[in-house]
Design a binder for this molecule. Structure first.
Ligand code: NAD
Ligand code: UGA
Length: 441
């Protein structure tokens, strides 16, 4: 099948590469010439495990191409995936300007039947808006052409994006057009060989399904984070509680890890957007408002612990920070808890030496040449002369460090752990003061 993917970010590039891997001819369009240049030169603009080799072999096989040329992109694919960003507007609603611009580009150029697929996360009713924009663009040209708009939200996680796309739990298709549904069925057939994973529904339900999934996962995390704070006050251990409740199959183990708050480009923005959608139709979403407020508080929990230990005035204090990305295996720092942490430490006069295996360049881009933030080449290098260690991301390489060395390098043997990486008894034995989230130390 000939497929165009509009938007070559985390979702667009992964979708394009995985669709090419299954033998399709894929053309990826992005309006950012720098991104396309990197891709055309054989590079990858983001860090995502497994993506580089997959792009390379599909480019070599002649199935995957990149362009900034909108005319070429619209002409190319019978299926046009829209995978552009939907960032939060000032009021928290999802900004649809990129999605609708992509739709307009299709409507003002198409000259045959197209299946237009909304892959971006978009509020309920967006498929109708996309349909209207395309129809309007066709009418302006005085052209009548058949086309379908399908909602096909994406559920991949960064850091495991290839695995998630190649082996999806489910493939949600929102459509009311039989021809388009059969195109989507054929397109996704290779991704569901052991069982039928297609869940076909109307576009509005598909759009809401995406927000419901992210909101549910965010709710579990905020619930556990709040419970962790309670556990600390009551002398209980959230890690044991997690195991105790996760064993109930109705609850399950996933997404019950307490920590320094959820970040990333999706949970924070999607929870806000859903609250906004509710407000627009007069439907309060009190649970989600609490989820969001709890997460905002949680991103400050490590700072509260640092202040408790070292006082409010942190001038002349330097903290080693392990982890900048919002989660391991990505260089993405959108809404990362580390950003709140760094800002709060700066506010109190402290400086930070950070180590992250892949996100340092992204941090340099975000923080510019701020002399309060230094970068180390290894976890141990970050520690030398620092007052204490703070952990914001659970990279594997942080899991089993030499605690003896940590103790010698730090001015004070203290670890503030926002990801609960260590067994408290082990640190006690090593003579390190350990401050995790919701655990008995
Ligand atoms: P991103 O910001 O990484 O990439 C979006 C890309 O679209 C950018 O490269 C931008 O230059 C390009 N673009 C914008 N307007 C364009 C246009 N008119 N034509 C061509 N290119 C255009 O975004 P992302 O993280 O890939 O997310 C995309 C969408 O997918 C969002 O709605 C997001 O909520 C959703 N989503 C993201 C993830 C994830 O893990 N990142 C997972 C599931 C769903
Ligand atoms: C999330 C969803 O998991 C994907 O299914 C969805 O497609 C995606 O959002 C999206 O819509 O973009 P992602 O943001 O890449 O994926 O990463 P997650 O693994 O979900 O982690 C999000 C945040 O929650 C991270 O900051 C992570 O540290 C935090 N988290 C996760 C916890 O604090 N505790 C947990 O138990 C799990």
């Amino acid at each position: 099948m000939k497929i165009t993917v509009i938007g070559t970010g985390y979702v667009g590039l992964v979708s394009g590469a995985c669709l090419a891997e299954m033998g399709n001819d894929v053309l990826c369009l992005d309006l950012d010439p720098a991104k396309i240049r990197i891709l055309q030169d054989g590079g990858i603009p983001i860090h995502e495990p497994g993506l580089g080799p997959m792009v390379e072999r599909n480019v070599a096989a002649g199935r995957l191409h990149f362009t900034t040329d909108i005319d070429e992109a619209v002409r190319f694919g019978t299926v046009q995936f829209i995978a552009v960003g939907t960032p939060p507007d000032e009021d928290g609603s999802a900004d649809l300007k990129y999605v609708l611009a992509a739709a307009r580009n299709i409507g003002s150029r198409m000259d045959e039947y197209k299946v237009v697929v909304d892959k971006s996360t978009v509020p309920v009713g967006t498929a109708d808006k996309v349909r209207a924009v395309i129809a309007e663009a066709l009418a302006t040209r005085g052209v009548t052409l058949p086309f379908a708009v399908v909602s096909n939200p994406e559920f991949l996680k960064e850091g495991a994006a290839i695995e998630d796309f190649m082996k999806p739990d489910r493939i949600v298709i929102g459509a009311d057009d039989e021809q388009a549904i059969s195109v989507m069925r054929a397109l996704y057939a290779p991704f569901q060989r052991n069982r039928d994973k297609l869940v076909v529904m109307d576009t509005r339900s598909a759009e809401l399904t995406k927000y419901a999934a992210n909101a549910m996962l965010a709710t579990r995390i905020s619930f556990m984070n709040e419970l962790a704070l309670l556990a600390e006050k009551l002398g209980a251990d959230i890690e044991l509680v997690r195991q105790g409740i996760g064993s109930d199959p109705r609850i399950g183990y996933h997404f019950l890890y307490a920590g320094c708050g959820y970040g990333g480009s999706c949970f924070p923005k999607d929870v806000k957007a859903l609250i906004h959608s509710g407000a627009e139709v007069g439907q309060g979403l009190g649970v989600l408002q609490a989820v969001e407020a709890a997460n905002e508080r949680q991103k400050r929990v490590l700072v509260d612990k640092i202040v408790q230990r070292f006082g409010e005035d942190l001038r002349n204090h330097r903290f080693a920070l392990w982890g900048l990305a919002f989660k391991p295996n990505t260089d993405d720092m959108r809404d990362a808890p580390s950003r709140v942490l760094i800002a709060e430490l700066f506010k109190r006069g402290a400086t930070v030496t950070a180590y992250d295996p892949v996100a340092a360049d992204e941090a340099r881009r975000l923080f510019g040449a701020d002399e309060r933030l230094a970068y180390a080449d290894s976890p141990m290098d970050a520690l030398a002369g620092a007052d204490a260690l703070v952990i914001a991301t659970e990279w594997k390489e942080f899991r089993s460090p030499d605690f003896g060395r940590i103790k010698t390098l730090l001015k004070h043997p203290v670890i503030f752990d926002g990801r609960n990486l260590y067994e408290p008894s082990l640190l006690k034995a090593a003579g390190i003061q350990y401050s995790p989230i919701g655990r008995v130390t």
